[in-house]
Write a protein that binds this ligand. Structure first.
Ligand code: ME8
Length: 497
């Protein structure tokens, strides 16, 4: 039986179309999901859209359309983004779906029955942009600490006894250091919890666009309680079968929404007597040419346009390689094109092109049979498989950029091996040795292409198809390439800018 593995992106708000920030989280999850799948896990990978709440209701009203029609349309663009980015998500959830409504209402009842919900009155600040409540002492110059506009709300509301979960959360996090990553973010969360938790308003009376509270349809549920539960509803909760995946769950989120995922969500889960996600990983923030990405500045980058111009693999590579996963980063045209030229065209592309073209022109387009391997040959042939345990650790530790570095180290070694072995000189001097060198290189290219699948799925498949390789999972790294395969005329894999 394959081991279950469950990874999720946030479900994105459909108030506006997707940008590269949304693409980024989805790509990071896709890289991890692809790696795990190639490494023999039974992977579920969830993404989707967050469609209720005041923010969406307002956006629909501004367009003068019915909220349902509005969310139907915008949700499609997030679904299209999945296919444009070549994501391997196994599901796409929308919070307006019936399966979600059933799950979230059941979840509410668990919180109610366990004595964690009471009716009261909320009077305080609310920021529609963040869909978040703020305390008086958090307000800076009349705004939320995030800079969002706030409004004063006073209405009857159901509350969740968040205060009761302060100590259990601290105890849990003391025992499970892996539960919030990276460590700096974990420390921020712990300081926040230690500062004291107040009960949380979890319903609204003045809003219609949401899931009705069971037994009191005058109220709709607070959009974050509704949204967070998507991670369970997509697994079929409360029906049996969700548990094996839920027990192995990883939520990848941006640092902006860590508090919701590492304070509210685990408290809800504890109150509903459910296990907590194994890890919540909060990554950093993309800026654009050194500035905050915003509609008012007009510098929002459209991932559809980037992919249309440069292709999905190039975009994937840049996003996954350029930013140290967890840190903030900058999307600049110079660094984007720099990476495409240096790492893709000059390093990986050139390796494949020079080796395969040489075989095409000088070895009757046939992968030659090797003679005896030299120590140099053996060293480079062993590299990819030797590095697999390191790559596994890098994925498990969310070091996605390091994974890229490690694989490109092999690419660099292989290019140096070509320069050192000089197959073009061997052609006359020692054709048998030339055959061994070319075989060695082609075998290394095969292994590298297997390892680049999580980052560059299309290009990797192109290379593997040229080499006539059918088995592509990591277990097949060990199976040596068959000589005698006739290769088609190689075309450059990456454009140079
Ligand atoms: O918060 N850099 O949805 P959202 C990096 N619906 N990542 C970015 C980014 C940037 N500049 N901008 C956005 C919501 N992101 C809720 C989530 S989950 C139960 C509910 C990514 O559409 C990042 O993952 O505002 C961030 O957390 C997410 O998009 C916010 O998406």
């Amino acid at each position: 039986m394959e081991k279950p593995f469950y990874i999720t992106t946030p479900i994105y708000y459909v108030n506006d179309k997707p940008h590269i920030g949304h693409a980024y989280t989805s790509l990071a999850c896709d890289m991890i999901a692809r790696f795990k799948q190639l490494d023999g896990f039974d992977v579920k990978f969830l993404t989707g859209t967050d469609e209720h709440g005041q923010k969406i209701e307002k956006a629909a009203a501004a367009k003068g359309v019915d909220p349902k029609d509005f969310v139907d349309e915008v949700s499609i663009s997030f679904r299209e983004l999945c296919s444009v980015l070549n994501l391997t998500n196994t599901d796409f959830i929308r919070t307006t779906e019936q399966r979600h409504k059933i799950a979230v209402q059941h979840f509410w009842k668990q919180l109610l029955e366990s004595g964690n919900i009471y009716l009261g009155e909320y009077a305080g600040w609310y920021a529609v942009r963040d869909e978040a409540f703020y305390q008086e002492d958090e307000i800076v110059d009349g705004k939320a600490p995030t800079g969002a506009e706030v409004e004063w709300i006073k209405e009857s509301s159901y509350f969740f006894k968040l205060s009761a979960w302060q100590q259990p959360l601290l105890d849990y996090y003391a025992k499970h250091p892996e539960a919030i990553q990276p460590e700096s973010r974990r420390n921020e969360v712990l300081r926040f919890i230690e500062g004291g938790l107040k009960d949380l308003s979890i319903s609204r009376r003045t809003l219609k666009w949401g899931v009705p509270v069971p037994g009191d349809p005058d109220h709709v549920m607070y959009v974050w309680l509704d949204a967070l539960t998507n991670y369970l509803s997509a697994l079929g909760y409360p029906n049996a079968g969700y548990e094996p995946y839920w027990n192995q769950s990883i939520h990848v989120v941006g640092k902006d929404i860590l508090r919701f995922h590492s304070v509210y969500w685990p408290a809800f889960l504890m109150a509903a007597n459910l296990p907590l996600p194994k890890t919540v990983f909060a990554h950093g923030w993309w800026m654009v040419e050194g500035e905050k990405m915003s509609k008012s500045i007009g510098n929002v980058i459209d991932p559809f346009e980037v992919v249309a111009t440069y292709g999905s693999d190039a975009f994937r590579y840049f996003m996954l390689r350029d930013l140290s996963f967890g840190q903030d980063g900058d999307f600049s045209k110079a660094s984007f094109l720099g990476r495409l030229n240096t790492d893709l065209a000059n390093a990986y592309g050139n390796l494949c092109q020079r080796v395969l073209s040489f075989i095409y022109k000088n070895a009757e387009a046939t992968i030659p049979a090797p003679g005896e391997f030299s120590e140099d040959d053996k060293a480079i042939l062993a590299m990819p498989e030797d590095l697999l345990p390191t790559l596994r650790k890098q994925i498990d530790n969310f070091q996605l950029h390091r994974y890229c570095e490690t694989v490109w180290q092999i690419v660099g070694e292989a290019n140096r091996y070509v320069d050192a072995q000089k197959p073009w000189s061997l052609k006359k001097e020692d054709p048998a040795r030339m055959a061994t060198v070319l075989y060695t290189l082609t075998e290394v290219i095969r292994q590298v292409a297997i390892l680049t699948q999580p980052i560059l799925p299309l290009t990797s498949l192109k290379i593997l198809a040229m080499l006539g390789v059918e088995d592509k999972n990591f277990a097949s790294l060990k199976q040596a390439l068959k000589p005698g395969i006739i290769i088609p005329e190689p075309q450059p894999l990456f454009a140079k800018y």
